[in-house]
Design a protein around this ligand. Structure first.
Ligand code: B16
Ligand code: MG
Length: 216
């Protein structure tokens, strides 16, 4: 099956908002007297806001009203940091990679767990580069469930076997594999289940991806 589409995770693949998520959760945690480190933050990569809160709480019980208030507060802090995002926040190689993929005739989409994905893409000035945007509003079941990538591929009209998912999080690689997609792991984290792993998109060309995955 020829590869006809690329689906990109946003945070950690296109731009690095992980630091902003960290600062926002850290602010909330400090205010509430909860210990929260950068290592703790690594466990939140790619998982939903709700699951992030659960992981931050590490079993500490909070009632539903408090949980909702805390998630709103974290998101308010996060959105303050987002105001500083500009096209200079694109990760290395992203602009060239997207342009080359488009020139190769591939369909392009975003598959992000974030409810702020459209705003981030807008601030990066690349929203119009994508044929579809799957985000935190698109499906109920979040990564590692395959639903978001399946929804996004459906919007493109491309079956999973003809699409590659680029992900920086284990939850995202597992979601893509569960959906029957090809996978490229991005970054230094432990993404051994991915079909290919590279440090960032600057280390990869579109033809390399197509050649290596079409061979398999
Ligand atoms: P929000 P991705 C994910 O984005 C982040 O990696 C994760 O840390 C965050 O909790 C999640 O989005 C939800 O974000 O609170 O903005 O809805 O990696 O799937 O692009
Ligand atoms: Mg990510």
């Amino acid at each position: 099956m020829p590869i006809r589409a690329f689906i990109f995770d946003l945070d950690g693949v296109i731009t690095d908002t992980t630091e902003f998520h960290y600062l926002a959760w850290k602010r909330l945690a400090d205010e509430e007297g909860i210990t929260f480190t950068r290592e703790d933050n690594e466990q939140l990569r790619g998982v939903s806001r709700r699951e992030s809160l659960n992981r931050m709480l590490k079993g500490r019980p909070v009632d539903e009203t408090t949980a909702q208030t805390w998630m709103t507060r974290k998101n308010d802090y996060y959105r303050e940091y987002l105001q500083h995002i500009t096209p200079s926040n694109l990760l290395p190689g992203v602009s060239r990679f997207l342009a080359d993929a488009r020139a190769a005739g591939l369909k392009l989409a975003i598959g992000s767990a974030s409810k702020n994905a459209r705003e981030v893409l807008d601030k990066l000035a690349i929203l119009d580069h994508f044929d579809a945007v799957g985000d935190g509003y698109s499906v109920m079941n979040t990564k590692p469930a395959p639903d978001l990538f399946l929804w996004t591929a459906g919007r493109l009209g491309i079956p999973p076997i003809e699409a590659v998912v680029f992900e920086d999080a284990e939850a995202g690689i597992d979601a893509a594999l569960a959906g029957g997609f090809w996978t490229v792991g991005i970054g230094q984290t432990n993404l051994m289940r991915a079909h290919m792993v590279v440090p960032d998109l600057a280390a990869l060309t579109v033809s390399e991806v197509l050649e290596r995955l079409n061979e398999r």
